[in-house]
Design a protein around this ligand. Structure first.
Ligand SMILES: [Cu+2]
Length: 343
């Protein structure tokens, strides 16, 4: 516990960042092209919340990053992705889109097909499951892909604000791939991004997310996992392994060598490390996520409970939360954590 007098707001605000997240690295059959190589890094780690935005496809385009390398892969390859630590409850999904030139394609529009999905398994959301594996998640490129260039879209949907229409947060990272395959390009079903996500969809807008919502039957947006070619089933999803990945090509510059990057919250467990004001989505496993259904969802427009009086004694997390409430209180669309942080 800390006393108010020991801490100043400016000190905390300047050193504390919140659990926004980005995709930073991938491995293809356990070999990485390097830290942030092949990935279109957005200008910040903030989410996209407007499902009608073109940024839903491949996040906000960077105006300062240099050219992104297109990475080679083959159908059936194992892809492992690594995201920032996240206490935001929700699923992870992956989509592919065949493009003429992965280095220039925007990814906006039709042609995306889902190849991987992890929602809520054994009482844990995908972000929690990944948190136990250094925020890695593994899946396979389907068999039956047509050779050519693709965008691979990794989406982590955060549901902690899903009780508000438009409050769900989409974290998106796109990878540029050149895939060798044996198919003829008939993977489906396909969707349009933006276009097929609607703010009111039951897996995006969840009014009772803190009050009775049962996540066990939850299915992430984007429709079913596609199949490619007649009779060709998609490759099964392979659970992430806790083993440390090979990192042959980027041993020096990769901040991922550090167990926890300084901008990230120290723990993947939202319930154990409430760095943010946010409350994790209620889980049936009450012991793991002791969020009672009676806890009222924070009122976005008032910031009630967040910008009120600070108790005489408090944890650092509570103080950060209080500060966030102060900072967000005047926003027209109040957020339970700051958005302006940039990596
Ligand atoms: Cu966040």
């Amino acid at each position: 516990m800390f006393s108010k007098s020991l801490l100043t707001a400016t000190a905390l605000l300047s050193t504390t960042t919140l659990a926004h997240q980005n995709l930073h690295q991938l491995w293809i059959n356990d070999v990485t092209p390097g830290y942030q190589t092949g990935i279109r890094m957005p200008p910040s780690n903030s989410p996209v919340e407007d499902v009608t935005s073109a940024n839903m496809a491949c996040n906000v385009p960077s105006t300062t990053a240099g050219p992104v390398e297109t990475v080679e892969a083959a159908e059936g390859d194992t892809i492992k992705v690594q995201w920032d630590q996240s206490g935001h409850p929700g699923p992870i999904t992956h989509f592919l889109m065949k493009v003429d030139d992965a280095s220039t394609a925007t990814g906006v529009g039709a042609g995306w097909f889902k190849i991987d999905e992890l929602d809520y398994v054994d009482g844990k959301w995908a972000n929690e499951i990944m948190g136990a594996s250094d925020m890695m998640h593994e899946f396979k490129l389907p068999m039956g892909l047509e050779s050519g260039e693709y965008l691979l879209r990794s989406e982590m949907l955060a549901l902690h604000g899903a009780q508000t229409l438009g409050g769900a947060q989409f974290y998106i990272g796109c990878v540029q791939l050149k895939i060798t395959g044996t198919g003829s390009g008939n993977c489906g079903p396909t969707i349009s991004i933006p276009g097929d996500y609607n703010a009111e969809d039951e897996n995006i807008y969840i009014p009772d997310v803190y009050n009775g919502f049962d996540p066990t039957g939850y299915t992430a947006p984007g429709g079913p996992v596609a199949s490619c070619g007649a009779g060709s089933a998609p490759a099964p999803t392979v659970p992430s392994t806790p083993s440390t990945p090979a990192n042959e090509t980027a041993p020096v510059e990769s901040p991922s060598a550090s167990p926890v990057a300084p901008v990230e919250e120290p723990s993947a467990s939202a319930s154990a490390s409430p760095v943010e004001v946010e409350t994790p989505v209620a889980s049936p496993s009450a012991s793991a996520s002791p969020i009672p259904s009676s806890v009222p969802a924070p009122a976005p427009s008032t910031g009630a409970g967040e910008s009120g009086a600070l108790p005489a004694t408090f944890t650092i997390e509570t103080f950060i939360a209080w500060l966030e409430g102060k900072a967000a209180g005047s926003a027209s669309k109040a957020r339970r954590h700051a958005r302006a942080f940039r990596v």
